[in-house]
Design a protein around this ligand. Structure first.
Ligand SMILES: [Zn+2]
Length: 421
């Protein structure tokens, strides 16, 4: 969060959070300074001002000042950290066969994570009720105050209107088009809700959790194909309307006439997604016993060297590679991460995509490009959601909300915000 901690030098309006307080907190949140002396040195603020702001942040329960475990002679230094009790972020990653939920503290540490088995075609009410109930239980089981959920971030596997908080004409998601996802979750979890495309969050998770270099392009190959783009400065690039990265309906290079759920023919998502590969091999996606039967069966066939399965995967990889090569020219990413069930099959998919990209793209765009499968084992969307949530909480607007939401239970008197000026 060094590059994008949201602490710009803009003017401080009435009712907003003092700049000095934001600077102090920003240095602690980014890890750039962990004690009062360091903060004073790095911020250029007077020690007395730093002291006032730190006292205030400790008083409201946002920061904690503890004795360092580092053994030094004399008095142990006091170290400032975000208080683990200052708030909770809830993250939801909705997918076709099931959804994942997690709760984390404001240092992005995951406290609990679970899978909720509800198919996306059961409709938004069934899915959102199930994930809210599970989150409420996780909060209770882990002694997290439900009144201190600071933000809920949910990723949906389709085009998302980021401003309105809903999906827009997603394929294979009956009932979700325009459904007020943010409102539904806000009513149950009583916190601000952000709705984003799932691959945007996965891409952010790769940068914040797996520490992948930016600019980064993440491609998810699952029921469909989608991508998320992180800019050089670490922000999600959503485009003008939130549709950036929706690559599943780009026409595949082979010019096939396979019909896509969107109504067009030859879309790369209809030709080379995990679902398309399963269909071409006659493998059902799920059975009564195993909601992820298709994923498991394809992995088994590939691992055993079944030539038909290997051929289908490599053919899909080549189609994807052609599209990815175009994207590499367009965005010149430093890192390309492949995610979704197909990316976890030995190295067949990744190496075939790599081959297609290197054959197509020009040397300047590929000489420092890393192409890899995700190492986050299906958790990148949750990590990205948590990262987005904490960024919002520590943004100037989020911070004003956070300070207004306190005092802590042990300090019922409102602590006035000291103004150094
Ligand atoms: Zn299509």
């Amino acid at each position: 969060m060094h590059k994008d901690d949201g602490y710009t030098e803009e003017a401080v309006g009435p009712g907003s959070v003092p700049l000095a307080l934001r600077r102090v907190l920003g240095l602690v949140v980014s890890g750039a300074a962990t004690n009062r002396a360091e903060i004073a040195r790095r911020s250029g603020l007077a020690r007395s001002t730093v002291g006032q702001q730190v006292d205030h942040l400790v008083g409201t329960g946002i920061l904690e000042e503890v004795e360092s475990r580092r053994s030094v002679r004399g008095r142990p230094p006091r170290v400032l950290t975000i208080s683990p009790q200052a708030g909770t972020i809830a993250a939801i990653d909705v997918d076709t066969a099931d959804s994942q939920v997690a709760i984390a503290d404001l240092t992005r540490r995951i406290i609990a994570r679970e899978t909720v088995v509800v198919r996306i075609d059961a409709g938004p009410q069934a899915v959102l009720d199930a994930v809210s109930e599970r989150l409420q239980r996780l909060l209770k089981d882990n002694n997290r105050d439900p009144g201190r959920v600071r933000e809920v971030v949910v990723g949906l596997p389709g085009p998302v209107d980021f401003q309105q908080g809903c999906a827009v004409q997603p394929t294979g998601m009956p009932g979700w088009d325009g459904y007020p996802v943010a409102e539904h979750l806000q009513e149950r979890l009583h916190a601000p809700v952000v709705v984003d495309n799932d691959v945007n969050l996965m891409a952010l998770g790769e940068v914040t959790q797996a520490r992948m270099e930016t600019p980064l392009l993440c491609i998810k190959i699952a029921t469909g194909i989608g991508s998320g783009l992180i800019t050089a400065t670490g922000d999600v690039y959503r485009g003008a309307d939130g549709a950036a990265g929706d690559i599943g309906h780009i026409r595949a290079v082979s010019g096939s006439n396979v019909l896509c759920a969107c109504g067009n023919v030859g879309c790369v998502g209809a030709l080379a997604s995990h679902r398309a590969v399963l269909r071409s091999l006659g493998i059902p996606e799920s059975t009564e016993d195993d909601p992820l039967y298709g994923t498991h069966e394809l992995a088994r066939r590939v691992a055993s060297g079944d030539p038909t399965a290997l051929h289908a995967v490599r053919q899909a990889a080549t189609e994807i590679g052609e599209v990815v090569a175009m994207l590499v020219h367009m965005f010149n990413p430093r890192t390309l991460v492949l995610a979704g069930p197909l990316s976890q099959l030995r190295d067949d998919l990744v190496s075939a995509v790599r081959a297609a990209v290197y054959q197509r793209a020009l040397p300047l765009a590929t000489r420092k490009l890393t192409i890899t499968a995700t190492q986050l084992k299906g958790g990148s969307g949750l990590h990205g959601g948590i990262a987005l949530g904490t960024r919002d909480v520590f943004s100037p607007a989020g911070l004003a909300r956070l300070l207004a939401a306190e005092p802590t239970p042990d300090r019922q008197d409102r602590v006035p915000i000291p103004d150094p000026e």
